[in-house]
Write a protein that binds this ligand. Structure first.
Ligand code: HEC
Length: 169
């Protein structure tokens, strides 16, 4: 009786050990599979648009023509690496917006842009009311490109208009 009990214990011990090893092995396999899977999925999602964008860039024409007064935002989209132009460098203040972009035309008066500080040029424009100025600055007018050629949100353009109006009253 005591002999059979001891052989049962022995059997049980080796059986649990084998079982334990198998379970540990399964866990290791599972972990390895998970990490390989996550790796592959991660790069597949990231790499594909990047790859597409680089192909797009390689087959894009060398030169692009930006036309004043037309919506040129598609050009920016083509040359940006992600394929779509993100609203980069969105200014925090109207003054920043003006300095970054609007000043290119509005501090020199190029192409008939109303110049900063030129009250005679701004007077009748400001008299139209801010809503008209916002609308023209966002949609474009004559040689004024929509949003000054930026992809900024409307709010940033309105801030810039507010700043320009405040400086030209
Ligand atoms: C490429 C040159 C150029 C840039 C850049 C530019 N503008 Fe202009 N803007 C013009 C010209 C030219 C006009 C005059 C359009 C007209 O009256 O025919 C104008 C007119 C305006 C007017 C007056 C619109 C009206 O109703 O009379 C506002 C407001 C204005 N721009 C705001 C901006 C703001 C804000 C920016 C920057 C985000 C900006 N502009 C960037 C060229 C430019």
């Amino acid at each position: 009786m005591s002999k059979s009990a001891s052989s049962d214990t022995q059997f049980f011990n080796s059986f649990s050990m084998v079982l334990g090893i198998l379970i540990a092995f399964a866990i290791v396999l599972f972990a390895v599979a998970r990490s390989i899977g996550a790796d592959r999925q991660g790069t597949a999602v990231l790499a594909e648009p990047l790859h597409l964008a680089s192909v797009q860039k390689n087959i894009a024409p060398f030169a692009q023509v930006a036309i004043a007064g037309k919506d040129n935002s598609a050009l920016a989209a083509l040359s940006s690496p992600a394929g779509a132009a993100p609203a980069v460098n969105v200014p925090a203040t109207g003054e920043q917006a003006f300095t970054q972009v609007c000043s290119a035309c509005h501090s020199t008066g190029v192409n008939g842009a109303p110049k900063m500080g030129d009250h005679a040029a701004w007077g009748p424009r400001i008299a139209q009311g801010k809503d008209a100025l916002y609308k023209d600055a966002i949609a474009g007018k004559g040689n004024m490109p929509p949003k000054g050629g930026t992809t900024w949100p409307d709010a940033a353009i309105r801030m810039a208009v507010d700043y320009m109006v405040s400086q030209n009253k």
